[in-house]
Design a protein. Structure first.
Length: 403
């Protein structure tokens, strides 16, 4: 159908003028550059490499804040007072346990399954326990926020022990958020530096505007379904290798490269084969991702304390060589490039890197859930139809045999 673009009125026999059809905006694959919402949560300056949460520079939060304080800031919009923070920490602490029914359900998952799939299923199952009927009740919103922030780490740690054939261990009430997660995962109280660095990693991954998983969360939220479905849909979206799943692939890639000496030829070959270099490139950044800058510093702090990792040398060489070859196209390390090296030094298995990303990003998803509810209109974009027009149905016995 032709779209009328001129101001000429069509001949409609003198009836009231039909308003001209709106010109559809041009199709942008991946919605690149298309604003899909208004948001006051996070801002990114991709040319200068600047990232703020609610106006606070990420560097200041990573240096001074805690994950729970940052989550509070993201979700409720302001830094908490000392009393608000204490209450929030206490509430989260009181809701860390998950029902034995969910733990039993997780025991039925195949041990060979990916922990992101286990997390998606477990997060969705929370909706079975908590009603969605009071979606606009402020107390329901507070309870859902607390439950999700509290229980997602417990579910990630539980699946890790279950797939090893062990029973999940209960959260420790005396340990702060990050330290408790590492404890539930490893069954050992973590070193204080390791816990602080892990907490900073959660801050760095907590929010990043309208990335694929957050967009998914907002689309799901816009139907007024429950927040557990919102987070579960976002977890599923985060799992893909072009999004959160890239952090796992980065270490596989560094393994494959093998040595500093092997970097140049590996990169030449990868570029000539038009292969995507994992942990590089970002729709929003034309410079090195500010989170990668901070994560690299955290990795170095860990190496100083717990010993060097030769994989880091390979990564640094790759970054240096890639700066010449991919830098001119604005392709630099993203958040996933150094996060895997940090988690590896903390002794975390590779396939838990993305679930850990999900623990952190739950704060951002919930902030967007609240914001979406505050000015909701269901997402329903249009499409440009490219299929067949007006075909007559053909009876089965008259269709050509398959070749
Ligand atoms: N390695 C090599 N070339 C790349 C890379 C890369 N990592 N990323 C982009 N390019 C090139 C593309 O080949 C393309 O080149 P061309 O125009 O000559 O064809 C150009 O840059 C644009 O690439 P797109 O894929 O169109 O960029 P888009 O903005 O759609 O994708 C993405 C961004 C998905 C992050 C991409 O850079 C990528 O696949 N990176 C590797 C996976 C990764 O690290 N993902 C994690 C991202 S961070 C996060 O989600 C938490």
């Amino acid at each position: 159908m032709a779209v009328q673009t001129s101001g000429d009125a069509p001949d409609n026999g003198g009836a009231a003028a039909i308003p001209p059809a709106a010109v559809p905006p041009p199709f942008r694959p991946g919605l690149e550059g298309v604003p899909a919402t208004q948001s006051a949560i996070c801002s990114i300056d991709g040319n200068q490499g600047l990232l703020t949460y609610r106006g606070y520079p990420l560097e200041q939060l990573a240096q001074n804040s805690s994950f729970l304080e940052t989550a509070y800031l993201l979700i409720w919009g302001e830094l908490p007072t000392i009393f608000q923070l204490r209450d929030f920490e206490h509430d989260v602490q009181m809701h860390r346990r998950v029902s034995f029914r969910i733990r039993d359900m997780m025991k039925c998952f195949p041990a060979s399954g990916h922990p992101m799939d286990a997390l998606q299923a477990s997060a969705a199952s929370l909706g079975l326990f908590y009603s969605r009927r009071a979606l606009y009740d402020p107390q329901y919103i507070i309870d859902a926020v607390v439950r999700l922030i509290a229980k997602i780490p417990t579910m990630v740690a539980a699946f890790q022990l279950i797939r090893k054939g062990q029973d999940p261990i209960q959260p420790r009430e005396d340990l702060p958020y990050a330290a408790n997660f590492l404890y539930m995962l490893t069954e050992r109280e973590p070193d204080a530096l390791a816990a602080r660095i892990f907490d900073a990693c959660l801050i760095l991954h907590a929010e990043h505007s309208l990335n694929a998983s957050t967009f998914s969360a907002r689309v799901t939220a816009s139907t007024l379904t429950d927040p557990y479905a919102v987070v579960a849909s976002a977890v599923g979206t985060l799992a893909g290798p072009l999004h959160g799943g890239a952090n796992e692939d980065v270490l596989d890639m560094l393994d494959e490269i093998g040595s500093v000496e092997g970097v140049d030829s590996w990169l030449d070959r990868a570029i000539s084969q038009k292969q995507k270099i994992m942990g590089f490139g970002h729709r929003e950044y034309r410079v090195k991702d500010p989170r990668a800058v901070i994560l690299q510093g955290l990795a170095e702090e860990l190496f100083q304390r717990f010993g060097h990792d030769s994989m880091y040398d390979v990564a640094r060489r790759l970054e240096a060589v890639a700066a010449d070859r991919l830098g001119p196209k604005g392709i630099y390390p993203n958040v996933d490039f150094y996060s895997g090296l940090v988690y590896r030094k903390l002794g975390i298995p590779r396939d838990l890197f993305t679930p850990i990303f999900a623990i952190a990003r739950t704060a951002g998803w919930l902030a967007h859930w609240r914001e979406q509810l505050g000015a909701n209109r269901i997402y329903r974009p249009s499409q440009i139809y490219t299929g067949s027009v007006e075909r007559a149905w053909v009876p089965l016995d008259q269709r050509p045999a398959a070749t």
